[in-house]
Design a protein around this ligand. Sequence first.
Ligand code: SF4
Length: 168
Amino acid sequence: MPIDPKFPTNHNVIGVHNHADGQHYHFVWGPGSFSDASEDADVREAYYTRREDLVPVGVHGTMVAVDWDSCIADGSCLQACPVNVFQWYRTENDVPAIGMVNATSGGTGSNVKEERLDATDKSDPIREHECIWCMACVTVCPPKAVKVDQENMHFHIVASDTSITMNT
Ligand code: SF4
């Protein structure tokens, strides 16, 4: 199933994925729900091999959003992006995907399609802030797990203000 185009209104912020530069971060939206990933044989086998539970994990990013429940670790978005927005999350933080709802990454993971660890890996929009809105990633994703919308900056700002309020 494609990413819900209205995910910022149909879901809530469930976490913040910080960039280790101390300046940037992207939100995680949930709750997630079972979708293409849970139906994909390669993904299911990879979870089984790792002895990890395949559970809903939500949407990472707001302006450049990847539905991790739809993402089947194809990697075409990493290959297509001209400005290196994405990385394979597990090549930097090799933990179950649910553990990335609140995490910090330095952006040191691989952005090479062929270098995913296995089919449990996910495309992480760690450099969402560098997107140039070319839409290449949206076009190439087989399950249509990626939504790019510059106007979603509004939701990012509102969520940021709310997070700041909650933390003060
Ligand atoms: S829209 Fe273009 S620049 Fe933005 S993340 Fe996708 S491929 Fe990269």
